[in-house]
Ligand binder design. Structure first.
Ligand code: PEP
Length: 272
C-alpha cells in the first residue's frame, strides 16, 4: 500500500513578531512546491490559529496542543471544538516538549487524542525515546508504551486520522539527526507494534513520519524510498535494480528549527 508523503512544520513558540510571521507566510505562499502537495500528499504548518486565511489553500494549519475537554473552567487551555470551529484541521499532540516541560503523561496524551478525534480533528501524535533509553536498548519498549496508552482509548477506525511522528528526544533541536537506518528500524518496529496492537490494515495505512534535526542536507536520504517510488513507480524494480539504502517506513517529516527557514521548502519538496 502506498502512503501519502506528509511534511509538518512545527514552528513552536515562533516567530516573535507579526512581521516575521508575515515573511514566513510569504515565503511559503510564493514557493514552488511539489505539485502533488495538497493533492496526493499532505503538508501541515503547525503554528498560528489565524493562519488559515493567509496561507495558500493546499497548506493546512495545525495547532500544537489542545485540552481533552470541550469547554469549561480550564484557564489557558484551548479545546478541540474551538480549534475545529476556527477551521484548524490538525493538532500536534504528545510532543516531547509537552511531555517533559509540561509533564504530560501518555495517559493525558491519549485523552487529548481521543477528544481531538471526537471533534473531527486529525492528530499528529508524537512519540520517542530519550538518549539514555536508546543507549540502554529501550527504544521499542518506550515507543510501544507511549502508543499503547493511545491504543487503549481508541477504536480501529480512529487511526485513519492519526499520523505518528517518531521523534527521538535526543535528536530534537540538537542538530544530531538519527541515521536513516535508525529511523527506518524504529519506524518498522512501530508499524509491527500497530499490527499487533490494532490491526495489520492500520499498520499498513498509518503514516509514520520522522522528526529530529531534519534539514535540507539530510531529508533526501531519510526518505530515499519515497523519492525512488516517485521516480520509478515500482517497489519491485527498486529492490531488484538498485543497491541503495531505502527507508520504506519513513512516510515524511516533522520539522522544527528548519521549518522557520527557506530550506523548509526543500524539505517539503524532498521527494522531487
Ligand atoms: C520538533 O520540535 O518537532 C523537531 C523535530 O525539532 P527540530 O527539527 O528542530 O529538531
Amino acid at each position: 500500500m502506498s502512503r501519502q508523503f506528509f511534511v509538518g512544520g512545527n514552528f513552536k513558540m515562533n516567530p516573535n513578531t507579526v512581521a516575521e510571521k508575515r515573511a514566513l507566510t510569504d515565503l511559503l505562499n510564493q514557493a514552488h512546491l511539489d505539485p502533488s502537495v495538497g493533492r496526493s500528499r499532505d503538508w501541515v504548518d503547525a503554528s498560528w490559529a489565524d493562519s488559515s486565511d493567509i496561507i495558500r489553500p493546499e497548506i493546512k494549519v495545525a495547532a500544537q496542543n489542545c485540552y481533552f475537554k470541550d469547554s469549561g473552567a480550564f484557564t489557558g487551555e484551548i479545546s478541540p471544538l474551538q480549534l475545529k470551529d476556527a477551521g484548524i484541521p490538525y493538532v500536534i499532540l504528545g510532543h516531547s516538549e509537552r511531555r517533559t516541560l509540561f509533564h504530560e503523561t501518555s495517559e493525558v496524551v491519549a485523552l487529548k487524542t481521543k477528544a481531538a478525534l471526537a471533534a473531527s480533528l486529525s492528530v499528529i501524535l508524537c512519540i520517542g525515546e530519550t538518549l539514555e533509553q536508546r543507549e540502554t536498548g529501550q527504544t521499542t519498549k518506550v515507543c510501544s508504551e507511549q502508543l499503547q496508552a493511545v491504543v487503549d482509548v481508541l477504536t480501529e477506525a480512529d487511526w485513519s486520522k492519526i499520523v505518528i511522528a517518531y521523534e527521538p528526544v535526543w535528536a530534537i533541536g540538537t542538530g544530531k539527526v538519527a541515521t536513516s537506518k535508525q529511523a527506518q528500524d524504529t519506524h518498522a518496529d512501530v508499524r509491527a507494534f500497530l499490527s499487533k496492537a490494532v490491526s495489520p490494515a492500520v499498520a499498513q495505512s498509518t503514516r509514520i513520519i520522522y522528526g529530529g534535526s531534519v534539514n535540507k542536507g539530510n531529508c533526501k536520504e531519510l526518505c530515499a524510498y519515497n523519492s525512488l517510488i516517485k521516480e520509478m513507480r515500482s517497489v519491485i524494480l527498486i529492490h531488484s535494480a538498485y543497491d541503495v539504502a531505502v527507508q520504506p517506513d519513513v512516510d515524511g517529516f516533522l520539522v522544527g528549527g528548519a521549518s522557520l527557514k527557506p530550506e523548509f521548502v526543500d524539505i517539503i519538496n524532498s521527494t522531487l
